[in-house]
Design a protein around this ligand. Structure first.
Ligand code: 8Y7
Length: 279
């Protein structure tokens, strides 16, 4: 049984000796934060945000060109490539590992050529051609669970047993990737908090973090930063969810998560250092 995650240029132990939780910082390159996505100005903005995260001790930078918030419309292949590719080339040699948040096979191919260390697919490599696009190479592959699609997923999330169903889905996707000859050391799982889930579903999955890791035998990434599951228990709007999100990240790591995907890198890095020192 393997115990390290092959992460492109990096190698992360995820069980046994030497495990350290990793902080993935979110770098959105979408025109909701910028009126002219794809321009020089938005590249400069993305780079200064990346440098801020590096200063704060980020391990992985997750570059995304399509907003996957509930109800968001899809972005064309051309627009997504125009947004993310200049950023990937600009950040790949700054020190941290680089991840691309995409479900489009053509973006995956271009990102691999650019040297990304992880493909983060909210769609679990279900798009036709996705598995072929990532088969060769050594970048990590994050397989996330989502019920329905970003435009409809929060309308009526429904499960008979959310933990069993997420495990079943992830197992099927893992098997599809392994059947294509992909090295299991490249795989990482994610329950997909907020992707077709109620607050109760999200907490059932957070509590089951250890079970997901044990039953599927793979390292786990948790992304709950600023999500509604944080708002639901704090009663806070999205711009006041930093401390709640740090609490959620610690809870995930305490239950065995290897990677936490966050907006607030400096605060999460500090919290994890203190938590680690107390281990
Ligand atoms: C997640 C994610 C988002 C997550 C992984 C948001 C791209 C929504 N959430 N990727 N992406 N896991 N792997 O609020 O939970 O950040 S977008």
């Amino acid at each position: 049984m393997h115990s390290t995650l092959q992460f492109g240029r990096f190698n992360y132990p995820w069980r046994g000796e030497g495990v350290r939780a990793r902080v993935m910082g979110i770098l959105n390159v979408t025109p909701d934060s910028f009126s002219d996505g794809g321009s020089y100005q938005s590249l400069e903005f993305a780079l200064s945000h990346a440098e801020e995260m590096i200063e704060a001790g980020v391990d992985i930078i997750d570059v995304g060109g399509e907003s996957t918030r509930p109800g968001s419309p899809p972005v064309s292949l051309e627009d997504e490539l125009q947004r993310v590719m200049p950023v990937l080339y600009a950040v790949r040699d700054l020190g941290p590992a680089i991840s691309i948040d995409t479900y489009k096979p053509q973006v995956m191919r271009e990102a691999i050529i650019a040297g990304v260390d992880m493909i983060n697919d909210i769609n679990g490599f279900r798009a036709p051609g996705a598995i072929e696009a990532v088969r060769d190479g050594d970048c990590a592959l994050c397989i996330m669970h989502m019920q329905s699609d970003p435009q409809h997923m929060q309308l009526a999330p429904s499960y008979s047993d959310v933990v069993d169903e997420v495990i079943g889905f992830l197992r099927e996707r893992i098997n599809a990737l392994l059947a294509a000859g992909i090295d299991p050391r490249r795989l990482c799982i994610d329950p997909g908090f907020g992707f077709g889930k109620t607050v109760e579903h999200n907490y059932a999955l957070l509590k089951a973090t250890g079970r997901l890791i044990d039953e599927l035998g793979l390292p786990l990434l948790a992304g709950l930063s600023r999500k509604s599951m944080v708002g639901a228990v704090t009663g806070k709007p999205v711009e006041q969810r930093m401390a709640g999100s740090v609490g959620g990240a610690l809870a995930a790591v305490a239950r065995g998560a290897l990677i936490v995907r966050v907006h607030d890198v400096a605060e999460t890095v500090d919290a994890l250092k203190v938590w680690q020192a107390a281990q």
